[in-house]
Design a protein around this ligand. Sequence first.
Ligand SMILES: [Fe+2]
Length: 443
Amino acid sequence: MPRQASTPMAGPIFDEPTASPDPVQFKIAHPSDTQLYKQVQNLLTKDVVAFTKMRGKPDDLYSLESALGKPGPAAIEKITSAKKIVFHAGGDSGASAQRNLAHELSVADQITLDCHSAADPDRPRFFYHLGDLVYNFGESQYWYDQFYDPFRNYPAPIFAIPGNHDSFIVPGTKSASEPLKIFARNLCAAKPNITAEAGSLHRTAGTQPGVYFTLDAPFVRIIGLFSNSLEDPGVISNQSGKFPKVPNFQIEYLTAQLQRVKKENYKGALLLATHHPPYSYAPASSGSGGNHSSSSEMLFEIDSICKQVGVYPHAFLSGHAHNYQRYTRTVDFGAKDPYDVPFIVCGDSGHNVNPVVRPKKGEPAQDPGNGIDVSYLEGKKTGVKSKGVLLEKHDSFNYGYLRISVDAQQLRIGFHQAGASSLPQSRFDMVTVDLATHTMVSN
Ligand SMILES: [Fe+2]
């Protein structure tokens, strides 16, 4: 461990043939990041990264069926006849220190158990990772301890959009060791192969077509965008020259994907995903929220394309802020009833959990409560007609993940806390959206 070169395989492999006990320590000791952070602090707000175009055309879909290899057609048939699909999502899983390993394992083990214990129609079919797989910053030698080993028994594909920790380049990093290249080697391979990062484990590299891509599965389509390497905000384009290094591929891509949805009159659930959250809580008065802020310009760009094409997603998923936050944005999109769009942050899948409001010196954090109007988080301009934003529910303290199920009529997004003994008890929150009307349904 690790292997010196990649090992080609005839088809994808997801888990180990025999389950093994949880590791109790890293194989490669991870030094403290304090010095590294001091060194790069002033770059975290300005050093964006370039990336390559995804394989294929901007309106291409990457199917779950193709990701599954030879068993793909039979698996899709099973999902179709069950009349619904279930999958997991979550972000910020990487344990950057030995002391956090148990937290990462608590989430990874719970979703793995879910795959093994759920009755077949309700069995999760994949994990959609919302970024920040490996800290700090995405070095090859930490992939085994932070990604492959914790998820070694997860028996399904893992798809991912990169987070800032999977892409920020520490000055002096050799070109071949840049985090995004390692991410691409492990998630965006042309063919299944076991990479050096997997060590002695068998999960093959993912074959998604790029760091941004659209996953197409029965009942659901997820448009994933790479929101680049800054701590804040998320950046998906060069923003009219503000970030010259960032290519504009994703503008063309998002436009093409939404046009395809429109042209096909796609009836399934349409989700958008970025690592950086469009909204992350901060009080209106002081502006001092949790560890991350909203990415208003990114949302403005996305909204503007949605408006131009005439297609709006049913929900928006993101990570980055290490907690759970669920917003409802009400959007007048010209339909009889305004759309209720859940904007969900789930960035507590293993790395850390931070409260949505930071405590001030000598005072406890002022929890905002649930169901409050946070329309001010929209910022100065909106790309669509927003009728307001509510912070519906949040969790500042628990690790967790999303369990999402979609059928022909409804999208249901549940947030589950890690550590609960069984599934119904682990569910902390749930939102249901009617697909035809984009309106919220009471649970
Ligand atoms: Fe992040």
